[in-house]
Design a protein around this ligand. Structure first.
Ligand SMILES: N[C@H](CCC[C@H](N)C(=O)O)C(=O)O
Length: 336
């Protein structure tokens, strides 16, 4: 039997599969097929949960890593089967899984583009296990997203009228691609986010590989509200790399309201995280600090994973969601 987990970071929900348990590891094709099936909002596992549209937003696959200081590797598969280079909310849950598996509290996790430093943090609230994960590398040039036909090699705090009125945009890769729009939600209208996110994640002249699109609202000094339309997923409760990218843009574009090295509170439809942006001579990294909640334990025969057959999966809920709901209820952001 193989153990999987259903987890979330700010209610950005994932399944975790630790491949090191398997006698025969899943091929890349099998992992993609499993990701699309298990997260499907109709016939996936735990589908129709209280998330936006999907029972889950992706599958995180853990494997061994021989990289110095890395306790494992993380592969990110979006619900549509596309592979993402990074996943901030997911990395917090993978970090907790590896910490509990090994008894270590500070280590690295190998991701597609780099080995990222992670560590256990003081819980944000009782019963809300909390981890800090490094988000990097950060680049702005159009080749790294990629984007084109926007009239410049970098988009930093620019209006783009064809994308939205009353919104200023910043494009950056962390390293997955993000387009962050700053404005206020009244003018941006949440359906504006869905319209723009949908347009930029189907065939379009600007972002050939698609892009995660976030609307960010400044709520005060060092305080943001961010919602994301995720590439390969759609609207989610939160996007860790999106909230991190928005924090970088906040520090760059509004230095009178947000400072490097200072803790930023980022509210989202799924709760709240904290970020700290570091500026090492123009090289940016972000500490993303937030919950790593395990909501369900799943057991399934290994052969069924290879066959992408979920009918014999047995699911047991943990008691962690209650503590998380308590935490969200306590937030004084006036949006919950
Ligand atoms: N959909 C994203 C990957 C997941 C990122 C998000 N879940 C996060 O927490 O960073 C992409 O295709 O780049």
């Amino acid at each position: 039997m193989v153990q999987l987990l259903k987890v979330h970071g700010s209610q950005n929900k994932f399944f975790i599969l630790d491949q090191t348990q398997l006698t025969h590891k899943l091929s890349s094709q099998e992992r993609v097929a499993l990701a699309k099936h298990i997260t499907d909002s109709n016939d996936g596992l735990l589908h129709g949960a209280d998330g936006l549209l999907h029972g889950a937003d992706g599958l995180l696959v853990i494997d061994d890593s021989d990289h110095d200081g890395a306790l494992g590797s993380m592969e990110v598969i979006n619900t549509d089967g596309s592979i993402a280079s990074m996943c901030g909310n997911g990395l917090r849950t993978v970090s907790r899984y590896l910490a509990e598996k090994t008894g270590q509290d500070a280590f690295k996790v190998a991701t597609q583009d780099s080995d990222l430093a992670v560590h256990k943090e003081t819980d944000l609230a009782a019963g809300v296990p909390t981890f800090s994960v490094e988000i990097s590398p950060v680049t702005f040039n159009k080749e790294s997203l990629p984007f084109d036909h926007l009239g410049a090699d970098q988009i930093i705090d620019q209006p783009i009228p064809e994308f939205g009125v009353g919104v200023r945009f910043t494009a950056l890769a962390v390293p997955n691609p993000h387009l962050i729009g700053f404005g206020n939600f009244k003018t941006m209208k949440p359906d504006g986010l869905k319209v723009l996110g949908t347009m930029l994640n189907q065939r379009n002249p600007y972002f050939p590989d698609g892009v995660n699109v976030s609307f960010a609202e400044i709520q005060g000094p060092d305080t943001l509200f961010v919602q994301t339309f995720e590439r390969g997923v759609g609207l989610t409760n939160a996007c860790g790399t999106g909230m991190s990218a928005a924090s970088i843009a906040f520090c760059l574009n509004r230095p009178e309201l947000a400072e490097f090295e200072k803790t930023i509170t980022v509210y989202n439809p799924g709760g709240m995280v904290k970020t700290r942006v570091h500026n090492n001579d123009g090289e940016y990294t972000v500490d993303l600090i937030g919950n790593a909640t395990f909501t369900h334990e799943i057991e399934i025969p290994e052969a069924d994973l290879h066959a992408n057959d979920l009918t014999r999966a047995s699911v047991t809920a943990t008691d962690e969601q209650d503590a998380y709901d308590e935490f969200v209820g306590s937030l004084d952001n006036g949006r919950f």
